[in-house]
Design a protein around this ligand. Sequence first.
Ligand code: B1M
Length: 220
Amino acid sequence: MSTLLTQLATCVERGKISAAAPFPADLKGAPGADELTAQALSEGIAPQEVLSKGLVVGMNSVGEKFRLNKVFIPDVLMSAKAMYAGMKHLRPYFTSGQVRRKGTFVIGTAAGDLHDIGKNLVSMIVEGGGWEVVDLGVDASLGKFIKAVDEHPGCCVGISTLLTTTMSNMQKITAALKEKVPGIRVIVGGAPVTREFADKIGAGYSADPQGAVDFLNSKK
Ligand code: B1M
């Protein structure tokens, strides 16, 4: 991997957004993901490489550390901001079709639930993992999921919930989506959700965002 892409991955992992950003203190004044992504593209590194060998490497790394409790939510949010600072330079290439995304991931917090911090972390890390993310927000009804699945044929679906009372909605949404699109891949997660529950409703499961990326990449 080029030194520049290694530096870019480090910026994402450490949450270094731009040269002007004061965080982290030991990287004050150094270029951030914003400048390094622009530099990599101007030096002719392919956008796909900038994404997969720079931004995604950094995001995967912070995702693993988060899973192991070596970093915490604020760190992940800073990493996500750094990733977005880089992603903005890549967006024109994505929309022009020069960068191949792995697929579309539709995600929402189950109907009746307004918690969104975990869902947003999953969205960010899945996007950093190379997937196009369609975020339906909180309190996402079955109708919203159905509409999104219609609009994004071949997509995978993620449902998050933090409330035990809305786990039944998660089950209803999963069942209806599977009936509508046989073979659709659905993954569920959130604090009260267990693998046993996911198995019962016929969905994949991950306790953390990185596991959701692994699930999506596994193509099973
Ligand atoms: Co609420 N709340 N809350 N709350 N809240 C909990 C969840 C609760 C456990 C607190 C408690 O009583 N101890 C409890 C639920 C009890 C239960 O059902 N068993 C509870 C309650 C009861 C409520 C209200 C009903 C309170 C009330 O009004 N009486 C109300 C619900 C309103 C509603 O939704 N209809 C309510 C409201 C709120 C706030 C608005 C104040 C706020 C939410 C702010 C927001 O999200 N924007 C809030 C908060 C912050 C919490 C706690 C304190 C923290 C939740 C959180 O964000 N955790 C929570 C207590 C707790 O968890 N200790 C609590 C951090 C987040 C990163 O973790 O979302 O689990 P989490 O996500 C993780 C993993 O689960 C996983 O990845 C993330 C990162 O590791 N993950 C997935 C999540 N989704 C995934 C999807 C995947 C894969 C992995 O694939 C698709």
